[in-house]
Design a protein around this ligand. Structure first.
Ligand code: NI
Ligand code: MN
Length: 225
């Protein structure tokens, strides 16, 4: 499994020969100006919640690639009205796709579309595959629900928001990694806006002091799970 960071909370994951884009917000992110959405491969687009900084490029990528959108029921309905194919889920549900299993997890946040319409309840995803298991938290506070995850499966990499203000911050993310019982963390949802700028060195050191490995990828670079 290979994960490429596309900036903000946007990821591209290659697993079992499939390309899975998560929360594409690229054309609106000055920091990601070197990423061309027209060059991204996509078989699926996973969407954690309806906020603009998670859905901006869903429509363009789905139309060009024919990728199937996977998200909550309300977000899938929204894209269905635009003629985009989707797979609706809701919290706690798991579905087996051709690359592996996806579970839509709880998140504590909000989820309205840019026009204010209801986007359902926000979530995150667990992807389980023969190549490894990852937890993508989505925009969320630290929540006790994270403790349920290791009761269900083992996590090889936790993708956690670090930017604070709109989501949990660095200290909470360290605790979240305890809750999901995973010491390998990829940070996301930081630096894009003034409210979520973080000190990278301090973030890495904070995790290291607890015996954990935090990776902060350059936009466009990848790690292997
Ligand atoms: Ni959000
Ligand atoms: Mn966000």
């Amino acid at each position: 499994m290979k994960i490429t960071y596309l900036g903000h909370a946007s990821l591209s994951t290659e697993v079992a020969g499939k390309n899975i884009i998560v929360d594409p917000f690229i054309t609106g992110n000055e920091l990601a100006k070197n990423i061309d959405i027209n060059s991204l491969k996509a078989d699926y687009i996973l969407v954690t919640h309806a906020h603009q900084d998670h859905i901006l490029d869903v429509e363009a990528i789905a139309r060009r690639t024919g990728a199937k959108v996977v998200s909550n029921f309300e977000i899938i309905n929204h894209f269905a009205e635009l003629g985009i194919e989707g797979h609706p889920m809701n919290h706690g549900g798991t579905w087996t796709f051709d690359f592996g299993k996806v579970t839509y997890t709880n998140a504590i946040h909000s989820s309205s579309f840019p026009d204010g319409s209801y986007g359902g309840q926000p979530g995150g995803f667990i992807i389980e595959s023969a190549e490894g298991n990852i937890y993508i938290a989505g925009d969320t506070a630290l929540t006790m629900d994270m403790k349920l995850i290791p009761l269900q499966t083992s996590i090889d990499l936790a993708v956690l928001p670090l930017g604070d203000n709109f989501t949990m911050g660095i200290e909470s993310a360290v605790i979240a990694s305890d809750y999901v019982e995973c010491n390998r963390v990829l940070g996301y949802h930081f630096d894009t806006f003034g409210y979520i700028v973080i000190d990278h060195k301090k973030a890495v050191t904070t995790f290291k002091e607890k015996g954990k490995e935090l990776t902060l990828l350059e936009i466009g670079s990848s790690l292997d799970v």
